[in-house]
Ligand binder design. Structure first.
Ligand code: NAD
Ligand code: WQD
Length: 343
């Protein structure tokens, strides 16, 4: 298949591009590089031993999308499906700049879907998030749990899901795949591609990476009084390569199956902050200094996925364990202490 990957230079997109290429698909990336580097594209090509067609541009640019779909048809290789990673993902920033988030996440997705419809491209795989569930009443979380996101970022994800649901009713040939990621971590085992956050990392693993490599003195552990075995927050961390494989599997199973298909992508088990710190310390051999800090506003104590629907219907399961996640995360950080830009 020929796949248009929006946001393909980013963290999850870059790993998925490698997986797509290695599975024999053609990849065309559109990315405005707002949160990524062109270097990622050349590393994807090196890892897969295949070329990526890269267009630096914005998904909100309707004319650009029309040009891309039309040009693909003209070359005799129309786009078969789109994986839509492009968007903004920082929860705190979404509270500060909600309209920017509605623009870059919701409006952009509407523009993309409209262009797809206009050009007869009938499969969309969308990066959603476990954030859409808000605080679950119980764990593990299944796909039919109520959705009640409590920040603008989460609401943008839910709105796009709802738009996709409405579109498949109006366009019966359309296959809309919603993948709700839990907590993606780790990196490609080569250490050539990985997560490269700008500024102070918001998320746990990139923060630990930077403590391990000496860029930050210590980790603040946000709360040790949750109702969890060691009192620290519990999440379902999933290796980014497992996540990438999940996209390819979803695409291959569902591209020609009309309707709305929604899946949790997680491992199905929870890891606490302190378990993550200890696993990272062992894998890296680095001391990971930490201090207990107050709870982070808006945090939930514990959630993890029930990922059995994806196992049943997509024949996909996360196979990499915590050791692999931290080993690969450290390998990436060690080889690229300042990320892509300054190697
Ligand atoms: P990322 O920021 O590394 O990648 C997003 C990419 O999209 C970047 O390369 C950025 O330059 C590009 N981009 C942003 N806006 C664009 C636009 N308007 N036009 C073209 N390109 C644009 O993020 P990621 O971690 O790889 O996340 C990918 C997707 O998965 C996002 O939609 C995110 O909301 C979702 N998601 C991420 C996580 C996570 O923890 N990383 C969890 C759940 C869902
Ligand atoms: C994990 C745990 C923190 C940083 C966020 C988004 C979610 C999704 C994934 C995009 C929690 C603790 C963290 C630190 C810490 N993204 N922590 N010190 O909050 O589960 O999810 O990223 O869709 O939408 O909300 O992930 O990595 O920020 O936190 O103690 O410096 O680590 O309190 O328990 P979270 P996270």
């Amino acid at each position: 298949m020929k796949i248009l990957v929006t946001g393909g230079a980013g963290y999850i997109g870059s790993h998925t591009c490698v997986e797509l290429l290695q599975s024999g698909h053609q990849v065309l990336v559109v990315d405005n590089l707002a949160n990524s580097s062109l270097e990622a594209i050349s590393r994807i090509e090196q890892l897969a031993g295949k070329a990526v067609q890269f267009i630096q541009g914005d998904v909100r640019n309707e004319a650009l999308l029309a040009e891309i779909f039309t040009a693909a048809v003209a070359t005799g290789q129309p786009v078969d499906a789109v994986i839509h990673f492009a968007g903004s993902k920082a929860v705190g920033e979404s509270v500060q700049f909600p309209l920017a988030y509605y623009d870059n996440n919701v409006s952009a997705s509407r523009t993309l879907m409209a262009a797809m419809q206009q050009h007869g491209v009938n499969c969309l795989v969308f990066s959603s998030s476990a954030t859409v569930y808000g605080e679950p009443d119980q764990v593990p979380v299944t796909e039919d749990f109520p959705t009640r996101p409590f920040n603008p970022y989460g609401r943008t994800k839910l709105m796009v899901e709802q738009m996709m649901g409405d579109l498949v009713v109006a366009a019966p040939a359309f296959s809309a795949v919603v993948l709700r990621y839990f907590n993606p971590v780790g990196a490609h085992p080569s250490g050539r591609i990985g997560e490269d956050p700008q500024g102070i990392p918001n998320n746990l693993m990139p923060f630990i990476n930077q403590v391990a490599v000496g860029r930050r003195p210590f980790l603040s552990v946000f709360g040790n009084d949750y109702d969890t075995p060691d009192g620290t927050g519990v999440r379902d961390y999933i290796h980014v390569c497992d996540l990438a494989e999940g996209h390819v599997r979803a695409l291959e199973q569902l591209a020609t199956k009309p309707g709305l298909h929604t899946y949790n992508l997680g491992t199905g088990s929870g890891i606490s902050v302190l378990q993550m710190v200890e696993a990272y310390r062992q894998a890296s051999g680095q001391p990971i200094d930490y201090q207990i800090a107050p709870r982070r506003p808006g945090d939930i104590g514990c959630y993890y996925a029930d990922a059995s629907k994806a196992a049943r219907e997509l024949n996909w399961r996360a196979s990499r364990d915590l050791t692999q996640m931290v080993t690969d995360g450290w390998n990436w950080q060690r080889q690229n202490p300042s990320g892509y830009a300054k190697n």
